[in-house]
Design a protein around this ligand. Structure first.
Ligand SMILES: *[C@@H]1O[C@H](CO)[C@@H](O)[C@H](O)[C@H]1NC(C)=O
Ligand SMILES: *[C@@H]1O[C@H](CO)[C@@H](O)[C@H](O)[C@H]1NC(C)=O
Ligand SMILES: *[C@@H]1O[C@H](CO)[C@@H](O)[C@H](O)[C@H]1NC(C)=O
Ligand SMILES: *[C@@H]1O[C@H](CO)[C@@H](O)[C@H](O)[C@H]1NC(C)=O
Ligand SMILES: *[C@@H]1O[C@H](CO)[C@@H](O)[C@H](O)[C@H]1NC(C)=O
Length: 511
């Protein structure tokens, strides 16, 4: 059975809760989304560079929660990019763990917020198929599959299929998002899967000549060709928009403790300026033999997720014992997932880490701990400032780690046991290289990583904790506009652009 399962658990998007009342940002000086997109997007001959906007959720919904799992639960921070769908600029949460584009429709009747920017369904070309997306923890989004014109940084893509959502129980709207921009591979796209199975495109005379009628294996040879028609936006974009390279890179900025770090940027088609490809550690993407190869290239195996092998995991410089909960035949690997706001690992390894950190996994906030992932022979640490979270509001003396447990992988499904979310992506520049999507052996997919954790990160944590007054919380930043995003505060020694801590952003104190 080569066909992937679509359903609960496959799309894992997890966000943390946090504490206190984030004051809503003033609306008076806020430029329109169109204006923000125009002002901060950079387009070069070979690529586009989009600001990543960070926003915290409305706090009243989250007060008092210790932790919550699932995209629909009390979202903490979501990183959005602005994309024009049907002529309207819409903030979409960046999700490298899924492959579908969905946008809240102006026809949405359930679960959408008033005031949320919405896709005007008037220009929508409905395919006749509907879709329901399942995220972790029983949250869903459903609506109609259809197509419209989508543009990124002024580069236009006609006939992009996506889901116009009319019903959702995700609380994504609370973070200023109006949908999800899935940046995964075509084979895990629900939209593509539905259209491929339902379409009579390949049964028309002169085309494939075979009625698919839901029989996956009978029409296997047509699969790869349908990706250019029904496939996800990023893969169609990198092939159609004639960008320099079939890839994108992501850097995320720190939103709390010492706000700043990297500039939040999604670069598509080329590396961010000043960063050389050679400075990254490149590793292949795990491939699965589940999809039939095309007749002209019978040895192809395809990537399913942005999944890379891990050599080992270290806590404070000490290599951690491997999990014993999954088959020893499964090679250790991690999903690199911007749709996950924490770090998920195997339950036994996470328990071991928690016990080393302190009773119930609690430890003084000012005590720097470093979890590091060895990838391609090189260690990639998570900045100690991004490894901690407050246990209770108005108290920065006791912290826990941003760790959660994943179900152990089985031999028949995706084999990653770690899911490295936002804390990891704040600590590296991550490059996602698709290569040749239909014929991966001709230009294999790969990922590149460049650590951006400063040498003195541990000392910076200590000073960040010391800077918080008794009875107060770590500062948070919420930017309605990505002000300052591209007014770089200089570059780190490795060339990665740094964010300004202040800019015109709204500093939101808690309490
Ligand atoms: C909608 O798409 C179909 C299939 O591509 C096309 O035949 C039809 O003309 C489109 N309708 C409109 C109103 O653009
Ligand atoms: C999500 O999962 C947690 C823990 O299993 C549970 O307490 C919570 O009620 C769930 N939320 C939803 C919306 O199902
Ligand atoms: C959403 O759209 C689907 C597909 O057209 C429809 O079946 C469903 O009833 C709609 N739901 C709501 C809440 O409007
Ligand atoms: C699908 O097609 C294959 C090849 O034509 C055939 O062997 C198989 O029985 C079909 N399966 C179903 C469920 O129709
Ligand atoms: C992928 O490789 C195949 C086989 O060499 C080639 O025909 C196709 O043009 C390549 N695709 C791209 C986008 O380069």
């Amino acid at each position: 059975m080569w066909w992937p399962k679509y359903g609960v658990g496959m799309l894992t998007a997890t966000f943390l809760s946090c504490y206190g009342a984030a004051t809503p940002a003033p609306t008076t000086e806020t430029p329109s989304l169109e204006e923000i997109a125009r002002r901060y997007t950079r387009r070069t001959a070979g690529g586009v560079h989009l600001p990543i906007v960070r926003q915290v959720a409305e706090a009243s919904r989250r007060r008092g929660l210790t932790s919550a799992i699932g995209l629909g639960d009390f979202v903490d921070v979501v990183y959005n990019v602005l994309i024009s769908v049907g002529g309207t600029t819409i903030p979409l949460a960046l999700d490298t763990g899924t492959s579908d584009l969905w946008v809240v429709s102006d026809k949405c009747t359930q679960g959408c917020l008033s005031g949320q920017s919405a896709y005007p369904q008037a220009s929508f070309n409905y395919s006749g198929a509907d879709a329901k997306l399942f995220y972790g923890n029983s949250t869903t989004a459903s609506g109609m599959i259809g197509k419209d014109t989508v543009s990124l940084a002024g580069l236009t893509l006609q006939d992009q299929y996506f889901i116009a959502v009319n019903q959702t129980n995700t609380k994504l709207g609370l973070t200023g998002s109006s949908g999800i921009f899935g940046l995964g591979f075509p084979v895990t796209s629900v939209v593509w899967f539905k259209l491929w199975r339902l379409s009579d495109y390949f049964s028309s005379p002169g085309k494939q000549g075979q009625q698919t009628s839901g029989n996956a294996s009978s029409s296997a040879t047509s699969i790869h060709r349908t990706w250019s028609v029904f496939g996800p936006l990023p893969t169609r974009f990198v092939t159609a928009a004639q960008l320099t390279l079939p890839m994108y890179t992501v850097t995320l900025q720190r939103d709390t403790k010492q706000v700043g770090g990297n500039v939040g940027m999604l670069s598509i088609g080329e590396m961010p300026s000043g960063v050389s490809e050679d400075s990254l550690t490149w590793v292949p993407i795990r491939a699965y033999p589940w999809l039939p190869p095309p007749p002209d290239s019978p040895d192809e195996v395809y990537p399913y997720n942005w999944e890379v092998l891990l050599d080992d995991v270290y806590l404070d410089g000490v290599k951690l014992p491997r999990s014993t909960l999954s088959s020893p035949f499964i090679t250790l690997s991690a999903l690199i997932n911007s749709g996950n706001s924490i770090l998920h690992g195997p339950p036994d390894v996470v328990r071991n880490i928690q016990s080393k950190l302190g009773i119930n996994g609690r430890f003084p906030c000012s005590e720097p701990h470093t979890i590091a992932f060895s990838i391609g022979g090189k260690l990639f640490p998570v900045d100690p400032r991004d490894f901690i979270q407050q246990v209770i509001g108005n108290d920065v003396t006791t912290c826990t780690s941003v760790l959660g447990s994943n179900n152990p992988p089985s031999l028949t499904g995706p084999q990653y046991s770690w899911s490295l979310g936002i804390p990891f992506l704040k600590s590296v520049l991550a490059a996602f290289y698709y290569g040749n999507i239909t014929h991966p052996s001709h230009d294999p997919p790969k990922m590149g990583f460049l650590s951006t954790v400063p040498q003195d990160a541990a000392a910076q944590l200590v000073s960040a904790v010391a800077a918080v007054k008794a009875g107060d919380n770590f500062p948070y930043i919420s930017e309605v506009a990505p002000s300052g995003t591209f007014k770089s505060a200089g570059t780190a020694s490795n060339g990665v652009p740094l964010a300004t801590a202040a800019g015109h952003a709204t500093q939101t104190g808690f309490s």
